[in-house]
Ligand binder design. Structure first.
Ligand code: PMP
Length: 356
C-alpha cells in the first residue's frame, strides 16, 4: 500500500509499526487462539493490557501514587460533561479559560451544572492568540479548566500556569508532546485520537483527593470514583482501541518524551519558517510564543490559492490540511507520530507551488 501523507487533526496518523502489530492482533492476539476483538474484558489478557497502559501513562507523565489513571468512553466531550457533573455544585462556581472552540464547548457544558466564570478569553481576536492568564483567581472556585492546545486555532500553552485552585486541563491534542509538570494538575484528560491511539477511548488522570470532592449523586458510569474502583472496567470498555493505544504508548516510551518534544519543535519550526518565507501564505498566529507545535494554521493571501493549493497537495499524495470549517485556511496537524520527513515533503511542495 502506498500510504498517504495525512495531516488530519484527528483521528490522526499512527506509526506503521503500531498499525502492523494492531493488525496482527486482530487475527490472533499473543498466540491465544483468539483475536483481540474476541477476548474478554474480564480476563487476564485484558487485565494486563489495562495495567501496563495505566502504568505507562503514569510513567510518561512522571506521576507517583497520588493520581489515578482511567480509561474512559465518550472522547473529549464526555469529559466536558463529567467534570462539572462531578466537581461543580449547583451553587458553586468554576473558572474557565476560553482559548478556542473546544475550550468554549467545555465551558458551555459546565453551565448545565453550576456557575461558570470566563476568566479570560481571546474570542474577540478570533482566538488567534492565547488569552492573558488571569492575575487574580478566586480561591472559591471549584476548579479552573483550560485547554493546553487549541486544535482548531493552533495556539498552545507550553508551561503549566500558576493556579491556586484545582487545575484541570484538556490535553486532547498535545498530551505527551512535551515535558510538563503533569503531577501539578488536579486532573488532565485527553481524547485518544491524536497522540494516544485510535478514536473510541479517552484517558482521564485524576488526583485521588479529587475523587472525594464529588458534589452530587451520579449513576456509576458518570462518577469518576466508580470507574476508579472498577479499574476502568465498570462496563465493557473498547478493548481494541485500548490495546492499540497501549502499542502507541510503548512507541512513545521507546522514543521518550524529550526526544519527541525536540522533534516536534523541529517540525513546527520548519513549517512556520516556510509559511513566513513563502510569499503566498501567512501564519494565523502571529505571536511566536503562542504558536502550537501540534497544529500549524495558516491562510492563503489570495483566496484563489485555497482550493488550488489543496488540489496541488492532493496530487502529491498529501491530504488533511484543510482548515477547520470555523477557522478556514489551512491546518497542518503534526502530532507525535508525524515523521519529520513528511513535514519536509510538505515544505518542498509549498515551495514548488509558489514557483508554479
Ligand atoms: N478537546 C480538544 C482539544 C479537541 O481537539 C477535541 C477534538 N478534536 C475535543 C476536545 C473533542 O473530542 P471528541 O470529539 O472526542 O469529543
Amino acid at each position: 500500500m502506498k500510504r498517504k501523507i495525512n495531516f488530519n487533526a484527528g483521528p490522526a496518523i499512527l506509526p506503521e509499526e503500531v498499525l502492523k502489530h494492531a493488525a496482527e492482533a486482530v487475527i490472533e492476539y499473543n498466540n491465544s487462539g483468539l483475536s483481540i476483538l474476541e477476548i474478554s474484558h474480564r480476563g487476564k489478557a485484558f487485565d494486563n493490557i489495562i495495567q501496563e497502559s495505566c502504568e505507562l501513562i503514569s510513567e510518561l507523565c512522571g506521576l507517583n501514587n497520588d493520581h489515578t489513571v482511567l480509561w474512559m468512553h465518550g472522547g473529549g466531550r464526555l469529559q466536558f460533561s463529567m467534570i462539572p457533573m462531578n466537581f461543580l455544585a449547583q451553587n458553586g462556581s468554576a473558572g474557565y479559560i476560553d482559548s478556542g472552540h473546544w475550550a468554549e464547548e467545555a465551558l458551555e457544558y459546565a453551565t448545565y451544572y453550576g456557575d461558570v466564570q470566563i476568566l479570560a478569553s481571546s474570542k474577540e481576536h478570533t482566538y488567534n492568540r492565547l488569552p492573558q492568564w488571569p492575575e487574580h483567581i478566586s480561591k472559591d472556585l471549584a476548579y479552573l479548566h483550560y485547554t493546553t492546545n487549541n486544535t482548531i486555532y493552533g495556539t498552545q500553552y507550553k508551561n503549566v500556569p500558576d493556579c491556586k485552585v484545582p487545575l484541570i486541563a484538556d490535553m486532547s491534542s498535545d498530551i505527551f508532546s512535551c515535558k510538563r509538570d503533569y503531577a501539578s494538575y488536579a486532573m488532565f484528560y485527553a481524547a485518544a485520537q491524536k497522540n494516544i491511539g485510535p478514536a473510541g477511548c479517552a484517558v482521564a488522570v485524576i488526583r485521588k483527593d479529587m475523587l472525594q470532592r464529588v458534589v452530587r449523586d451520579l449513576p456509576p458510569m458518570l462518577r469518576y470514583q466508580a470507574h476508579a474502583e472498577q479499574g476502568s472496567v465498570l462496563n465493557t470498555p473498547p478493548v481494541f482501541a485500548i490495546y492499540a493505544s497501549l502499542l502507541m504508548l510503548r512507541w512513545t516510551k521507546a522514543k521518550g518524551i524529550a526526544a519527541i518534544e525536540k522533534e516536534n519543535n523541529q517540525k513546527a519550526e520548519l513549517l512556520y519558517s516556510e509559511v513566513e518565507r513563502n510569499s503566498l501564505f501567512h501564519a494565523n498566529v502571529k505571536r511566536k510564543e503562542d504558536r502550537s507545535t501540534m497544529n500549524v494554521c495558516f491562510t492563503a493571501k489570495n483566496k484563489d490559492d485555497e482550493s488550488a493549493f489543496l488540489n496541488f497537495c492532493e496530487m502529491q499524495n498529501i491530504i488533511g490540511i484543510k482548515g477547520h470549517r470555523s477557522a478556514g485556511g489551512f491546518r497542518v496537524s503534526i502530532y507525535n507520530a508525524m515523521p519529520l520527513k513528511d513535514v519536509q515533503k510538505l515544505v518542498s511542495v509549498m515551495q514548488e507551488y509558489e514557483k508554479d
